[in-house]
Design a binder for this molecule. Structure first.
Ligand code: FES
Ligand code: FES
Length: 158
């Protein structure tokens, strides 16, 4: 076992982990932050996307020990319990951008990274291309695309 310390959703956390522990396992099993999902074992689905030092990363592709000193943001960190949803979360709700919801945390974390890199006025082609690494088995993507465009616009005003 090895010790690791990082900041997750603004809080300093430490843990003793097997060196093979993936970040997604550390988040879900050690910290009980189960909003970050595991939808594949091939790094394809994007259900596990979190932000590391402000950049979207599939948390199944990195070891917890590599995150020593890092700043990690998960879906739980976007809005405090009882507080209004983040504008991107609200846009998914408003636009019916989810059905079962399994892909949604990863979709939202990836969407925020798209806004960071591409700005608040996103066209459909850009959104579809940029969400290439996130798989949804329910919605057919149409409402997700609408939600991301609306959420990006709403973030410009918030
Ligand atoms: S669980 Fe990470 S990409 Fe599928
Ligand atoms: S809403 Fe079910 S997988 Fe996307």
């Amino acid at each position: 076992m090895a010790a690791v310390s990082m900041t997750v959703n603004g809080k300093a956390v430490t843990g003793n982990v097997d060196p093979r522990t993936l970040l997604v396992q550390f988040l879900r099993e050690n910290l009980r932050l189960t909003g970050t999902h595991v939808g594949c074992d091939t790094s394809q689905c994007g259900a596990c996307v979190v932000h590391i030092n402000g950049v979207a990363v599939k948390s199944c592709t990195i070891l917890a020990l590599q995150l020593e000193g890092a700043n990690v943001l998960t879906i739980e960190g976007l809005a405090a319990p009882g507080a209004p949803l983040h504008p991107m979360q609200e846009a998914f709700r408003e636009n019916h951008g989810l059905q079962c919801g399994f892909c949604t945390p990863g979709m939202i974390m990836s969407s925020l990274d798209i806004v960071r890199r591409k700005g608040n006025n996103l066209d459909e082609h850009t959104i579809r291309e940029e969400l290439d690494g996130n798989i949804c088995r329910c919605t057919g993507y149409h409402n997700i695309v609408k939600a991301v465009a609306a959420g990006a616009k709403a973030m410009a005003k918030s």
